[in-house]
Design a protein around this ligand. Structure first.
Ligand SMILES: Nc1ncnc2c1ncn2[C@@H]1O[C@H](COP(=O)(O)OP(=O)(O)O)[C@@H](O)[C@H]1O
Ligand SMILES: [Mg+2]
Length: 369
């Protein structure tokens, strides 16, 4: 049976440096896949290792299926082997001297499961991960992607209540990575196991996760659906990390509900902003290049329309990136299609849809690098 996971105020302080995990809380209902996404060193692996029991948290509480498994304040630390967890790591942790089947059957033999049941469960899980025809092969004859499928099968075969995956695709070459990425979600969902998946790759996070948690410096900044992360990023870091590469400096002239009017390089822009941002405050507006409409596409909408000159362009075959001279700086806009429709030096209509312009206090930018 898959179980819920609850992480409360989790902290991990190693002997040196700032806390690797610094007050992380989240809940994963049974059967959900949560992805922890963030740059290298932000504390993803440490969080996962605390959930697994491989790391002793400094403070906080981890519960699996309602059972407290780590709570240093109460002296609780259930060892990893008693947590009924499956784990898949970046390195292919397979036993090279065994066949595919022997690798996958190992956890069941270790648990003294009857032979007939081992046969049945091993065959089932190998079918599930797409290795049915490789059963008796030596694992060393397999590709990296197939070895990772063996590792996955081995961690699923005993039906753990929770599956933890730490960047399982990062050692694979690009093509295998895409194939296994798309397969992984289907496989995990088919078993119904609750999963926490760690990655620094946004695309993986979006494809795999029911929800995504963005981490930075040991903190969980936002945990929500991909749709919300991409359309309502909670802060400037989340916006930038997920690809909102245009940052426009401005000052708030007036508030209007969840929107506000900003003076950006002499142009008035309407943008979404947190309730705490006040008139007079300096802000940075984050805009994704693919959310900017140019040319004929810029004709709808009343707010946030202006004309800009094409200063440069990068034609990329199936899309073109335009550098527009606008708002006292440069604005990058992306246009899909195999033809660059606007020439360098021409003036184009530009529309920044207000709901896709997100203003944050300018001071957040200073904390980014
Ligand atoms: N065993 C350890 N001892 C000391 N510092 C560690 C240890 N493991 C991780 N760290 C530090 O904790 C921080 C978070 O690391 P980690 O959880 O591995 O990040 P991520 O998986 O997001 O790349 C980093 O600054 C890292 O150097
Ligand atoms: Mg890591």
């Amino acid at each position: 049976m898959s179980a819920s996971l609850d992480v409360r105020d989790l902290r991990k302080q190693f002997a040196i440096g700032r806390p690797a995990v610094d007050g992380v809380s989240f809940h994963v209902p049974a059967g959900e896949i949560v992805v922890l996404l963030g740059p290298s060193g932000c504390g993803k692996t440490t969080t996962l290792r605390c959930i697994a029991g491989l790391e002793h948290p400094t403070a906080g509480r981890v519960s699996i299926g309602g059972r407290v498994v780590s709570a240093p304040a109460e002296g609780v630390h259930v060892p990893p082997r008693s947590r009924n967890i499956g784990m898949v790591f970046q390195s292919y942790a397979v036993w090279p001297h065994m066949t595919v089947k022997q690798n996958v059957a190992y956890p069941l033999r270790h648990r003294r499961v009857p032979r007939a049941e081992i046969e049945r469960k091993t065959a089932e899980v190998l079918e599930l991960v797409g290795l049915a025809q490789y059963t008796d092969r030596s694992v060393v004859s397999l590709s990296g992607g197939q070895m990772q499928r063996v590792a996955l099968a081995r961690s699923l075969v005993y039906q753990p209540q929770l599956l933890l995956l730490d960047e399982p695709l990062s050692n694979l070459d690009a093509q295998l990575r895409l194939r296994l990425r798309d397969d992984l979600r289907r496989i995990i969902k088919q078993t119904g196991v609750t999963a926490v998946y760690v990655t620094h790759d946004q695309a993986e996070a979006v494809v795999l996760g029911d929800r995504i948690g963005v981490m930075r410096d040991g903190k969980l900044l936002q945990m929500s659906s991909a749709d919300e992360i991409y359309n309502r990023p909670a802060d400037l870091f989340v916006a930038k990390f997920t690809g909102a590469s245009n940052l426009l400096a401005g000052r708030v002239l007036a508030r209007n509900g969840e929107f506000g009017i900003v003076d950006a390089g002499g142009q008035r822009l309407t943008a979404l902003m947190p309730a705490t941002v006040e008139a007079g405050e300096g802000v940075k507006i984050a805009v994704r290049p693919e959310n900017i409409r140019i040319g004929n596409d810029a004709t709808t909408g009343a707010d946030n329309r202006f004309t800009a000159r094409v200063a440069a362009l990068r034609y990329q075959g199936t899309q073109t990136v335009y550098e527009l001279a606008a708002l006292g700086g440069r604005l990058e806009a992306l246009e899909l299609g195999t033809r660059a429709r606007h020439a360098i030096g021409s003036d184009v209509d530009v529309l920044l849809p207000p709901a896709l312009c997100w203003a944050y206090p300018a001071r957040e930018e200073a904390a980014l690098d």
